[in-house]
Design a protein around this ligand. Sequence first.
Ligand SMILES: Nc1ncnc2c1ncn2[C@@H]1O[C@H](COP(=O)(O)OP(=O)(O)O)[C@@H](O)[C@H]1O
Ligand SMILES: [Mg+2]
Length: 243
Amino acid sequence: MTHAVLKTVNLVKVYSGGAVPVHAVRGVDLVVEPGEFIAVMGPSGSGKSTLVHMLGGLDARTSGEIWVDGKRADTLSESAWALLRRKKIGFVFQFFNLVANMTVTDNVELPALLGGASPRVARERREHLLGALNLTDRADASPAQLSGGEQQRVALARALANEPSVLLADEPTGNLDSRNTRDVLRLLSKVHKDGQTIIMVTHDARVAGLADRVICLLDGEIVDDGRIARRRTGTAGAVIDLR
Ligand SMILES: Nc1ncnc2c1ncn2[C@@H]1O[C@H](COP(=O)(O)OP(=O)(O)O)[C@@H](O)[C@H]1O
Ligand SMILES: [Mg+2]
């Protein structure tokens, strides 16, 4: 029997630091099945980042439940969340968040090693991912020597290096030109086809078009949740069509 990769029950986030509390996420119920590629859309300020950060334990929930791979996660301590992330969660953000004083190689291998892979396995995954993202010849560079697009591709390789149960991405193509967007989406499509579960925040309907399911947030609530019917011939074609 399979269980949900991720599940939330009445998940709520209220930011109460300011003069007025901000109800960023208001009771989200979400079940993510293994292998699903979900796009999260909605206007700026609708709670997309807050939701995705909570799913990865980067932001503490106010109330409600989060389950990762069938285990309750919202009650974990910060250090227990950190361990869970190493094993099960990959993150890609809009701003690339690479470790500045490490090479591309080390940036990608580190999460695999932290996740428990042997040095040999970490190296193999790194070689595979950098190859798939056309980055092999940049392996010895430091992030500062890379273009934005290259940095984001490295960030994606890093997020996948621990073979996470779920890849969480918050507008990963938000700062990329169309060619780099295409490279990133091509890899996302490929890993999705290989079974990777993905939750991706995006503003771009063409990007969302690659997903199996689009969730729309408005004022912290899911107002639409639709599976996309598509002919099963063509994620690769869909990527090539992107301009
Ligand atoms: N750290 C924070 N402190 C207070 N309010 C915040 C914080 N982060 C986000 N918010 C507010 O929560 C709401 C949802 O924000 P966010 O999740 O970033 O939306 P989105 O990613 O959809 O643009 C917004 O009103 C935003 O101003
Ligand atoms: Mg956001």
